[in-house]
Design a protein around this ligand. Structure first.
Ligand SMILES: *Cc1c(COP(=O)(O)O)cnc(C)c1O
Length: 413
């Protein structure tokens, strides 16, 4: 079999070539109506996306960052509050917190899933905060700041462990805002409710990004807030449109955070393919696991708890010599990424928060060892084998996966 010479980290051309006629139809419809902002295409997409997420409402906005910020503002997060989240996320999560006037407080992650560790969340709330039952408010002892919200990030396409997070949020009266920007279609089995729940339906509000590289991506910027709370939905709608419920009647100051009709039309067309794309990602992940399993323990594969159905926005493995592996793969024509190399508490932008190296050891160790392998729905068997073979060449040259009969790898996987 001849091997593909270049495997990109993600291929954004293929899906758009595949859908070109449909996307051009959307463009023509928008041009002929000249309804560029808002309108029926946006309303239709909002309807479809809310249904997809098992939420009552989806409010389309300009980006995932706007979605997070509007969700926080709608929930009443404001000046001086503490908002709990993780440090191994894209900076948009904490930009939204700061821009709402609040301060991020980082909680340690679970070593295996890389998501917020509910036990650490409980420790923080029980040991470092007091709950004032009269006003149902949680106060951080050392800073006297009210703790009002928690943002679990469904990182890499896998839901955080939501049952205990929701239970703690209830007990300490915190608003839960899911950062579902990487998790369109991901599911979590809730023991509390004895059913599978969709990302975007579990928190009071949830934020999605439609940045082009996301599982559901626009041909430009886009995002959405989902919620089943009518009042939250009403507030987010106002915030995205200059605080107006009716044209030129401004109840509050808001933002210019609307979604284009063009993007909504593209997204509606892509949403119809999302389950198929997510299924392809899951199959690629399963194949990667079969091919790479013999490399344990030098290579750590993604851990999927049995209460989780992830959508593999990224396929993230862990190795001691991450830079070495990346260089080796680059030499074999294989693109990789790191999500993310510097945890937020150690970023220059957040020096003023006062964190130091060593404050979040699990997060820091993971950041030094993770690497994201190519993952996109259109990947081929040959590409998956080429990547796995190149990883094996680096970690265990004599055990090269490429040379091994498929059945043997499958039997061990
Ligand atoms: C992409 C992303 C965002 C921000 O989304 P934008 O649409 O780029 O503003 C926020 N959080 C996470 C975890 C993301 O991956």
């Amino acid at each position: 079999m001849s091997l593909p010479s270049q495997i990109p980290f993600v291929d954004l051309v293929a899906p758009h070539v595949e859908m070109e006629a449909e996307l051009l139809d959307v463009t023509r419809t928008v041009l002929r109506s000249a309804g560029f902002i808002g309108g029926p295409m946006v309303a239709d997409f909002e309807h479809d996306f809310a249904a997809y997420c098992d939420a009552e409402h989806a409010i389309a906005v300009n980006s995932g960052t706007d979605a997070l910020r509007f969700a926080l503002l709608a929930a009443g997060v404001t000046e001086g509050h503490l908002v709990l989240t993780v440090a191994n996320t894209f900076i948009a999560t904490t930009e939204a917190i700061t821009q709402a006037g609040a301060r991020p407080q980082f909680i340690e992650i679970d070593e295996r899933t890389y998501n917020l560790d509910p036990r650490r969340l409980r420790e923080f709330l029980e040991r470092e905060c007091v709950f004032d039952a009269r006003v149902r408010r949680t106060i951080h002892r050392r800073t006297s700041r009210p703790v009002t919200a928690v943002i679990p990030v469904h990182l890499f396409g896998q839901c955080a462990d939501m049952d205990p997070i929701l239970e703690l949020a209830e007990r300490f009266n915190l608003t839960v805002i899911e950062d579902a920007c990487q998790a369109h279609g991901a599911e979590y089995f809730s023991k509390a409710e004895n059913r599978w729940r969709k990302a975007g339906s579990m928190g009071r509000l949830a934020a999605f990004s439609f940045y082009p590289g996301k599982n559901l991506g626009a041909c430009g910027e886009g995002g959405a807030v989902t919620t089943s709370d009518d009042e939250m939905a009403r507030r987010v709608r106002m915030l995205r449109d200059h605080g107006q419920a009716k044209k030129y009647y401004h109840d509050i100051e808001g933002y210019n955070g609307r979604l284009d009709a063009l993007q909504a039309g593209f997204l509606a067309a892509k949403l119809r393919r999302l389950d198929g794309w997510n299924q392809a990602r899951r199959e690629h992940a399963a194949r990667y696991k079969q091919l790479l399993a013999p490399l344990a323990p030098a290579l750590t594969l993604p851990h999927v708890p049995n209460n989780s159905r992830p959508v593999f926005h990224l396929f993230v493995v862990r190795v001691a010599d991450r830079e070495g592996l990346q260089q080796h793969l680059a030499g074999a024509g294989i693109g990789t990424g790191i999500h993310y190399p510097i945890p937020l508490h150690l970023q220059k932008a957040y020096v003023a928060l006062g964190y130091r190296k060593g404050d979040l050891p699990i997060t820091e160790r993971a950041a030094a060892e993770i690497v994201s392998l190519p993952m996109f729905p259109q990947m081929t068997e040959a590409q998956l084998r080429h990547v796995a073979g190149a990883v094996a060449d680096f970690l265990a040259p004599r055990k090269a996966v490429e040379a091994e009969p498929l059945a043997a790898a499958a039997a061990r996987g």
